[in-house]
Design a binder for this molecule. Structure first.
Ligand code: NA7
Length: 532
């Protein structure tokens, strides 16, 4: 059986940005590959998240592939923060340009993947009843793809329409004249609320936690700026890779406390005016000093008070938790939306949603009657998509059982007990704390090189060693505990999903440190992995 012939050298699960690039790389190295994708087209996150206002919040000339110089030169980004449609068009262009589609089977969900030790292959079972044998199984299932629909009592009895931001109807939704409720004020809520507010007759926003929202100042890209970036792409990309988040955000100084209030406020004003996530890099000690952190929080709270007319609403919108505890949001007209008479903010920080009735949302005994309910309630982040597939490794141990108390993986790439299975941007890798596309490219390149190494050294089985995995998990937790983020509730720690163990999901030691570690492991013949 050891020489059993697989149907494909590799199965890749998911045809988002990770799955597409994995397919490209493996095919280039001569492997036969089958990609399974649930959706009807490529794009992953940018296929599913079609809610009104959905946009990338990382400047897209850097949130894009860099593996192909031709691709990055020829593609014309229209906006600084493109909307979902433009990102989805880019994904489709990549699929066409590199002729990826023939190897992708769409509308096919992977239900289970089971390691056959005798054959040394994975048996991948799909929703169409088929079973596919492959030497390698690569999970490109995304960090924010397993939708979180809270189990509100009565949700199914709601008489109106219910939507989740990440499962938006393709044809869009017309809210004109409708009374709408949005539950959730993370990035998806923050982006959709101002757009829905423009249409709806009334909008009730149910807020459990107020978030920090920096304006995007989105605009069209200008020809000369595009030309300059394109002319200097290699240098700019290299610089970004050296930064903590894989984004090039200049840091103004090591500490917010080392400068005067005036100087600090000038810096914050400049970053507010510039817009976007670069605000979070103003000073290097936001994650280590409460006092430094408070300077940024106070600045943003004051901005909110300056924008929102009703002082009570402004106070509710002013975040109470530390800056950067949760993912920083980037919005367009978010706080301004609350100045509309048709928009009401309902604080559910203490009195949670009691139930959904056929008429609407019930909080503290009062029913807010609505025609449409929008759940902007996020995702079972990082581990959710993996745990929703029945993954069985050596001795039929399931990943769900192994990860019952939290994920354990080596570098977020390999898992002890699960040979020849790789995860792209898995738990314990920097993933969601970084610019995702460069992180994806780094993982894919590492995996492709690893498989190449195995083939050239006549190896057919690779498995993370338990000790190496334990040591890495311990390191991830130690580093995770160093940041102030560890003192808060957020999806980075699984706190948004009832019953999910509280474990830090991404590695917070920074992109460059992580890449160095991956490179060392490879240079040492894949130390910490057993090859046979
Ligand atoms: P997020 O950031 O997880 O936001 C989800 C929001 O939904 C957040 O405000 C939650 O409040 C709220 N939520 C979740 N469950 C409930 C329940 N049961 N009741 C009330 N409110 C609830 O997801 P997004 O889709 O907005 O963004 C995900 C990422 O995509 C984002 O960070 C970017 O990286 C892109 P909470 O904060 O948990 O109190």
């Amino acid at each position: 059986m050891a020489n059993a012939k697989p149907d494909f050298d590799a199965v890749v699960v998911g045809a988002g940005f990770a799955g597409m690039y994995m397919l490209y790389r493996l095919r280039e190295r001569g492997l036969s590959v089958r990609v399974f994708e649930t959706g009807t087209d490529v794009g992953g996150t940018w296929y599913w998240n079609r809610y009104p206002g959905a946009r990338v919040d990382t400047e897209t000339m850097f949130y894009s592939y860099q593996f192909s110089e031709e691709l990055q030169q020829e593609w014309e980004w229209k906006e600084r923060y493109p909307a979902q449609a433009e990102l989805s068009a880019y994904a489709r262009h990549v699929a066409d340009r590199f002729e990826l589609r023939p190897d992708i089977q769409f509308e096919t969900r992977v239900d289970s993947t089971v390691w056959d030790e005798d054959a040394g292959l994975w048996r991948v079972e799909t929703g169409d009843g088929a079973s596919t044998m492959a030497r390698y199984c690569i999970m490109a299932t995304g960090c924010l793809s397993a939708v979180n629909t809270p189990e509100f009592d009565g949700l199914n009895d709601f008489a109106g329409e219910t939507y989740h931001t990440a499962h938006w109807p393709d044809e869009g939704v017309d809210f004109t004249g409708k009374r709408v409720a949005v539950i959730g004020t993370g990035s998806s809520g923050v982006q959709s609320i101002p757009v829905i507010a423009e249409q709806a007759a009334s909008l009730h926003v149910f807020q459990r936690t107020a978030n920090y929202v920096i304006p995007s100042h989105n605009r069209a890209m200008e020809a000369d700026e595009v030309a300059e970036i394109k002319a200097n792409y290699p240098e700019l990309r290299a610089r970004a890779k050296k930064s903590f988040s894989g984004n090039y955000f200049p840091v103004a100084g090591p500490s917010a406390l080392a400068v005067s209030k005036e100087e600090r406020d000038r810096e914050y004003e400049a970053r507010w005016a510039q817009g976007g996530l670069a605000f979070m890099a103003a000073y290097a000690d936001f994650q280590t000093s409460d006092e430094a952190n408070e300077t940024a929080s106070a600045f943003i709270r004051n901005k909110i008070r300056g924008i929102v007319d009703d002082s009570e609403v402004a106070e509710l919108l002013a975040p109470k938790q530390l800056f950067l505890c949760k993912r920083l949001c980037v919005g367009a007209g978010y706080y301004e939306a609350y100045n509309r008479d048709s928009v009401a903010l309902i604080d559910i920080s203490e009195t949670t949603i009691e139930r959904i009735t056929p008429e609407g949302v019930c909080v503290d005994g009062r029913v807010y009657e609505v025609d449409a309910l929008v759940l902007a309630t996020g995702f079972d982040a990082v581990t959710g998509a993996l745990k929703r597939i029945d993954i069985q490794g050596v001795g039929a141990i399931t990943l769900r059982d192994k990860w019952e108390d939290g994920p354990r993986a080596y570098l977020g790439l390999g898992i002890a007990g699960f040979p020849n299975l790789f995860t792209i941007t898995g738990p314990g890798s920097p993933s969601v704390l970084t610019n995702m596309i460069p992180s994806i490219e780094q993982h894919v390149d590492w995996i492709a090189d690893c498989i190449d190494h195995m083939r050239s050294h006549d190896k057919s089985r690779i498995e993370a060693e338990a000790e190496a995995e334990e040591a890495w998990v311990e390191h991830v937790n130690e580093v995770g505990d160093l940041s102030l983020r560890a003192t808060c509730q957020s999806w980075y720690f699984g706190s948004n999903i009832p019953g999910k163990p509280r474990v830090v999901l991404p590695y917070s030691g920074g992109f460059p440190v992580y890449v160095r570690k991956c490179d060392e492991v490879a240079a040492n013949g894949y130390s910490g992995f057993a090859l046979s």
